[in-house]
Design a protein around this ligand. Structure first.
Ligand code: GAR
Length: 195
């Protein structure tokens, strides 16, 4: 059988429910394979999820992320695209240039609102609630040198009711993430237009 032409490396810092949805989506895909899950956090449950799918895992330090070690590892593994799935750290410029327009991220709000450094996971939903917004959603975007500023590929919205809490907002946003992130990644990495 031919080797899949798209080889995805996932980066995840925490629970990894998005990483799991992605690994599940591409499990038997003829053209796209998840080859590696990398994490900055040795305790990340995402690492356990990867083992279930027989996806190789690797944990790296901040030093290894910045000194080119992680880039080398990605090259050796033959990664063609990078998918951030709940990943906390800013991507070093060297890695961005090596994978220019080949790194995608998901953000749990409607960028440009509620983005930037420190806006991660539950903090984002708390900020949406505090602002009294009646809509939130997800943004899937390319990654550049600045937090949450790369070109937007896709957004989807959901309602925020006055009875919602940050936890119930998170549940709605997660449902949108699992529904859309794997298919948007598929269209993006195979260069089809999102429908
Ligand atoms: C997801 O909601 C993702 O959008 C968010 O972290 C969560 C990770 O959940 N990412 C960011 O906030 C990036 N700024 P998961 O580990 O269960 O996939």
């Amino acid at each position: 059988m031919n080797k899949p032409r798209v080889r995805l490396a996932l980066f995840a810092s925490g629970n990894g429910t998005n990483a799991e949805a992605i690994m599940n989506h591409f499990r038997h895909h003829p053209e796209v394979e998840v080859i590696l899950l990398l994490s900055n956090n040795p305790e990340a449950f995402a690492l356990e999820r990867a083992k279930k799918f027989q996806v190789k895992t690797s944990v790296f330090t901040r030093q290894e992320f910045r000194d080119g070690h992680v880039l080398q590892q990605l090259k050796e593994a033959g990664a063609t695209h990078i998918v951030l799935a709940g990943f906390l750290w800013l991507i070093p410029a060297e890695l961005i240039s090596a994978f220019r327009d080949h790194i995608v991220n998901i953000h749990p709000a409607l960028l440009p609102k509620f983005g930037g450094k420190g806006m991660y996971g539950s903090r984002v939903h708390e900020a949406v609630k505090a602002a009294g917004d009646t809509q939130t959603g997800i943004t899937i975007h390319l990654v550049n040198e600045r937090y949450d500023e790369g070109r937007i590929l896709f957004q989807a919205e959901c309602e925020v009711l006055s009875s919602d809490t940050p936890d119930t907002i998170a549940a709605k946003v997660h449902a949108l993430e699992y529904k859309h992130y794997p298919t948007v990644i598929e269209q993006w990495c195979l260069r089809r237009q999102p429908s």
